[in-house]
Design a protein around this ligand. Structure first.
Ligand code: NDP
Length: 245
């Protein structure tokens, strides 16, 4: 039996990009999915698609910046499937801009979604995983969690934070909970659509010319989940072969 089969997996940010691709891949391997994001129509269609293919999934509309909504998501997983095996903390955004633009609303949004949203997820599943004496938390960091790019200070700060959180989970896991930090390079998704600064958008469009497909990250996440329980894949960087930084 595949190590993915019948695992209960929560995915935040499942309405597009990496989250959606990962949901489809894990569903095809028999995972039981609890999918979350804000855009309900997208989630509904995805769940219908997964069910048509013989998979198992439910969805909840969740804004990860609200702790009560993230708690309710974990509750939905427990009520529907009785346990939580994996949380994929994937929801995130990247409105790049130089600090001089002082886009404080975007700074707040990145900190709220990319860091606080991740912590709300951890807080919502950890007590259940402790009771089970098993679980796996997978966080989406970035190459921007390893190096700082011009115009990316706040985004990089949030992704460095995610990397630190992943390592903290690992160190405190007492051998019960697996922690995986996934750091993609440029992947073709909707991530660059929300860049409001013109120059940063042009810079991103250049970098994303060689962007790889979301399935590359879905495969990496699937690899981490399907390892036997005693194997903890802690860190993966997946870049386009042509990406320099
Ligand atoms: P997308 O923009 O395609 O997907 C982002 C997802 O996050 C969407 O499903 C969106 O759903 C969700 N989301 C955003 N804000 C919230 C919120 N407040 N509450 C709940 N869900 C939210 O981008 P990607 O798939 O590329 O991004 C996924 C993750 O991968 C992010 O953390 C990103 O930083 C990371 N990453 C991506 C890279 C890339 O090149 N694509 C590179 C490195 C890291 P909705 O709008 O419906 O709420």
């Amino acid at each position: 039996m595949s190590e993915v089969n019948e695992k209960v997996v929560i995915i935040t940010g499942a309405s597009s990009g990496l989250g959606e691709a990962t949901a489809k891949m894990l569903a095809s391997k028999g995972a039981r999915l609890v999918l979350a994001a804000r855009r309900e129509e997208r989630l509904k269609k995805l769940v219908e698609h997964i069910k048509e293919q013989g998979g198992e999934a439910i969805y909840r509309t969740v804004d990860v910046t609200y702790r009560d909504q993230v708690e309710a998501l974990a509750e939905a997983a427990r009520n529907e499937f009785g346990r939580i095996d994996v949380l994929i903390n994937n929801a995130g955004l990247m409105p790049l801009a130089p600090l001089d633009e002082v886009k404080v609303d975007e700074w707040d949004q990145m900190i709220d979604v990319n860091i606080k949203g991740v912590m709300y997820g951890v807080g919502a599943v950890l007590p259940t995983m402790r009771k089970q004496k098993s679980g796996h938390i997978i966080n989406l960091s970035s190459v921007a969690g390893h190096v700082v790019f011009p115009g990316s200070a706040v985004y990089c700060a949030t992704k460095f934070a995610v990397k630190a959180i992943s390592e903290g989970i690992r160190q405190e896991s007492e051998g019960e909970i697996r922690a995986t930090n996934i750091s993609p390079g440029a992947v073709a998704t909707e991530l660059t659509d929300h860049i409001s600064d013109k120059e940063s958008k042009e810079m991103a469009e250049d970098l994303y010319e060689d962007a790889i497909d979301s399935d590359a990250i879905a495969r990496a996440i699937t690899f981490a989940i399907e390892q036997p329980a005693e194997v903890d894949v802690n860190e993966m960087i997946i870049r386009p072969t042509k990406q320099e930084l």
